[in-house]
Ligand binder design. Structure first.
Ligand code: GLY
Length: 354
């Protein structure tokens, strides 16, 4: 798969990717190498990754607990302290080997340690490959509120190797797939239709991973700091994040993975798009049909809806007290900074439930 040129760095794939990483290690002569993993990627991915390195330099492995619940500043404290205890300095390199939690948190740790050290993202989940590890957003959650603390700092390299997907649980795979469907909805209707055939054949998936990264990268290149265009990547995320946060707070319902929550968010926001931006109802129905065939239905009673709407108020994309949505006027044509009247929310949830 061809290399993709990103902001001041490259996104490289598989064998060619390891060759590029090995060149970077040889050229930069880092004082110390650190590998950040969680317990899953330590067990399933670290040995394979380390085998691909030609450097004989020692590499310290730093392990964090897996899962969104650990994407917190306390976890960063532990990693910063370990970097410091093991002699990390400004010429050190941190390699983040993991899913979105590892790449987001590791990127933030690296971007802030000693005012910034180089870091490389090696995403091991589909979500991290097509979204989290690409585009330079780094950070952690603040309690249950998603991604409230962070900086936009690009890695020095992103190395995508679909080999890691072989050990990824199906639920995690589906979670990442939601971001790929989103890329179709905001930029490429034919791609959305292609992805509607689930599960994808392996050869289709490999091309699709590359295409999704390409689509996201094109947006990031035009607007790295999310002043305008990059907001389109948040389609489904305004309601989706509130839903994800709500299910993290309640103990009597299973937690939803990020992609499962934003899949619901995209159905709800497709409905809002019909009411505000002229998206044909047939398109919203098609979006619902595609997501409903892949993701389990979640039951929203009135208490849940109320809890989700409370959390909406904290959404980081709020400006001047109003909530700004990305909606669609057609599949493939997003509109940013759209205000939504609160009285449309019950209709949107009714559309999802029906
Ligand atoms: N995940 C959305 C973005 O990177 O902008």
């Amino acid at each position: 798969m061809n290399t993709i040129d990103a902001l001041g760095h490259r996104i490289v794939f598989s064998e060619n990717g390891y060759a590029t990483l090995n060149e970077q290690l040889a050229q930069k002569q880092y004082s110390k190498l650190f590998l950040l993993v969680d317990s899953h990627t330590h067990e399933h991915c670290a040995a394979y990754f380390l085998q691909q390195l030609s450097s004989t330099q020692d590499i310290e492995i730093i392990e964090i607990e897996p899962g969104e619940a650990h994407k917190q500043i306390d976890t960063c404290m532990g990693v910063w302290e370990t970097l410091s205890d093991f002699g990390g300095d400004r010429k050190s390199l941190l390699i983040n080997l993991g899913g979105g939690v590892v790449t987001d948190l590791g990127g933030f740790v690296a971007a802030t340690f000693k005012r910034g050290i180089d870091f490389v993202n090696v995403p091991t989940s589909l979500l991290a490959m097509v979204d989290a590890a690409v585009g330079g957003k780094t950070g952690v959650d603040l309690g249950v509120l998603k991604n409230q603390i962070g900086v936009i700092t690009p890695p020095t390299l992103v190395l995508v190797d679909p080999q890691y997907l072989q050990t990824l649980p199906e639920q995690e795979f589906r979670s990442g797939y939601a971001e790929m469907l989103k890329h179709g909805l905001i930029a490429d209707p034919a791609y959305f239709e292609q992805l509607s055939a689930y599960p994808p054949k392996e050869v289709v998936l490999l091309t699709a991973i590359h295409h999704s990264i390409h689509l996201k990268n094109e947006v990031v290149l035009k607007d790295p700091k999310e002043a305008h265009l990059r907001k389109i990547l948040n389609f489904g995320h305004t309601l989706g994040h509130a839903i994800e946060s709500y299910f993290l707070t309640v103990t009597d319902r299973p937690t939803l993975l990020h992609g499962e929550a934003i899949a619901i968010g995209m159905i709800l926001e497709a409905y809002l798009s019909t009411r505000i931006c002229g998206l044909p109802i047939a398109s919203a129905e098609r979006i619902k049909e595609v997501f409903s065939a892949i993701y389990p239905k979640v039951d929203f009673d009135s208490a849940v809806i109320e809890g989700v709407l409370d959390l909406l108020q904290h959404d980081k994309k709020n400006t001047h007290g109003s909530i700004n949505y990305v909606l669609l006027s057609t599949i493939g044509t997003p509109e940013i900074d759209v205000a939504v009247s609160e009285d449309l929310y019950p209709e949107a949830f009714a559309f999802y439930q029906a």
